[in-house]
Design a protein around this ligand. Structure first.
Ligand code: ATP
Length: 294
């Protein structure tokens, strides 16, 4: 099996449910509070592990109580956390306020994630041993770029989720094999709202693009080829949190198993459709046995 290395964030999501989010200077009483292990890196790692991938997580947690819970969550999923360093100080946290309309406001404090600024020999060895590297943008851009370039020099395929979206240096994009933005990120990176046009612009910088379109599915485009739509299964969504990370983690497993892109996209869409039908982020990610044959 091809191993998947994930270089990315681990955050504890601190979620308060309120009727109405407070305005500046205001205090409101919330209804419920939950702590949920998250972070885009950890979520993609978890999705890949549940889909049957052999996963190595590279990143950092803090010495607070969240750090040990974040590590344990990944270990229980069978993820190798030897390169998830424990650093003095707080873990990454995401402070989330969800109102009765389902809208949310989020403050992310990077904490330990912000200390991951360079790769050591262990990280280089893990990337070299992997068949695929998954990257997102919740760690400092400079280490994400270093990892992509290391993977490129080693012939390891790199998949980048450009979230949270920000301008990306050419030295990073030059080393990315597959870019997977959602439609908002694709528009921000390309300057085009139309995802077909955005895909063509993005192909000037990376050889392959998948633009996810929520309930409308996704678009796949490779240099020199047509832009191909892949519809999502029609389901009733109750909570779309984590759908994007489920999609990417599952897709990575399928590609690592050598499946062709259309089959891999169908499998990832099937997994993401299961995720949106259940509440929660990490808790709603499906296991391999649940994901429909594709
Ligand atoms: P999120 O931030 O909610 O995790 P995202 O914005 O990164 O998601 P989306 O484009 O919303 O990414 O969704 C990713 C994939 O999840 C889609 O391509 C699709 O396969 C699946 N998906 C999302 N919403 C739905 C839905 N309502 N019905 C079926 N599949 C869905």
């Amino acid at each position: 099996m091809t191993a998947i290395a994930v270089l990315g964030s681990t955050n504890m999501d601190l979620v308060a449910y309120v009727a109405r989010a407070p305005g500046r200077g205001e205090t409101v009483t919330g209804r419920e509070f939950r702590t949920v292990p998250g972070g885009k890196g950890a979520n993609q790692a978890l999705a890949a592990a549940r889909a049957g991938g052999e996963v190595v997580m590279i990143g950092a947690v803090g010495t607070d109580e969240y750090g040990s819970r974040l590590r344990t969550t990944l270990e229980h999923a069978g993820i190798d956390t030897d390169l998830l360093h424990t650093v003095a100080g707080p873990s990454g946290t995401a402070h989330v306020v969800v109102d009765d309309e389902g809208s949310n406001a989020i403050v992310v404090v990077p904490g330990a994630n912000g200390t991951v600024t360079a790769l050591g020999p262990g990280e280089h060895a893990a990337i070299a041993a992997a068949g695929l590297l998954l990257l997102q943008l919740e760690l400092p851009l400079r280490v994400v770029t270093e990892a992509a370039r290391a993977a490129r020099s080693l012939g390891v395929r790199t998949i980048l989720t450009p979230s949270p979206v920000q301008p990306l240096p050419a030295e990073l994009l030059d080393a990315v094999d597959l870019l997977i933005p959602n439609e908002h990120e694709a528009a921000a990176l390309s300057g085009y709202d139309d995802p077909h046009a955005a895909a063509q612009i993005l192909l000037r910088q990376v050889p392959e693009v998948v633009i996810t379109l929520g309930g409308k599915g996704c678009l796949y485009a490779a240099r020199g080829g047509e832009t191909v739509p892949f519809p999502a299964p029609e389901v009733t969504a109750v909570d779309t949190t984590g759908a994007g990370d489920t999609f990417v983690g599952t897709l990575a497993v399928a590609l690592g198993e050598g499946r062709a892109v259309p089959e891999a996209l169908a499998w990832a869409s099937s997994a993401a459709a299961l995720c949106v039908q259940r509440p929660g982020a990490s808790s709603s990610m499906p296991y391999r046995s649940e994901i429909g044959a594709a």
